[in-house]
Unconditional design. Structure first.
Length: 201
């Protein structure tokens, strides 16, 4: 049901995450996946291990095998909700900054089966973005025109592009905290951390 499994991701996550359960996260975390049978979004939050939900959320259809969580076959959350802005609201966020990774121009025909699948998802998501945009206070759109979608070695370039988009939006973010210098400094850190979703593809 996919070119490869994601079992080895658990070892990677255990090395990079300081907390391994939702209840131990210093900042509330929500992870979104999609039920492959019903097509409905499945959210994980508050309690439990984070490894399986993250693996499920990263399971891009066709490339990674679906992940069985409690008898449900789960894949990438973007299949049902491209950006989980509403989930951030549910977790208590007063302001939501979404990062939209722009699709490449539809000027070149796809060259292989993965590009066909990717193009179909891009078209589908382009027509269903109104919901997450309405739940966002700010949408950052990094300039990724020179980076192919499968450029897994372009991590530094992705982070740099996200950082530039976040810094450009900093005046807007700071305006949310006009009378609090500490909050303004926190806003700078928030803007800088907004680049992180780019690294996960």
């Amino acid at each position: 049901m996919g070119v490869m499994g994601s079992d080895r991701m658990k070892q990677f996550l255990s090395g990079v995450l300081k907390a391994h359960s939702f209840e131990d996260m210093p900042i509330p975390l929500g992870v979104l996946a999609t039920d492959l049978c019903t097509g409905e979004p499945v959210s994980f939050r508050d309690t439990g291990d984070v490894f399986l939900p993250v693996r499920a959320s990263c399971s891009y259809p066709g490339l990674f095998q679906p992940v069985d969580v409690g008898g449900r076959l789960l894949v990438d959350g973007a299949m049902s909700i491209e950006i989980p802005a509403a989930l951030a609201r549910e977790l208590g966020a007063t302001h939501v900054i979404s990062v939209a990774v722009p699709a490449p121009p539809l000027c070149r025909p796809p060259a292989d089966v993965f590009q066909v699948v990717r193009r179909c998802f891009q078209i589908m998501q382009r027509h269903s973005e109104a919901a997450w945009r309405s739940a966002s206070d700010l949408v950052l759109t990094p300039d990724l025109k020179s980076i192919e979608w499968n450029s897994f070695d372009a991590g530094r370039e992705l982070v740099t592009a996200g950082e530039a988009a976040a810094m450009a939006a900093l005046p807007v973010i700071q305006s949310w905290f006009p009378d609090n210098n500490l909050a303004r400094e926190h806003a700078i850190l928030t803007a800088a951390s907004a680049v992180l979703p780019l690294c996960s593809g």
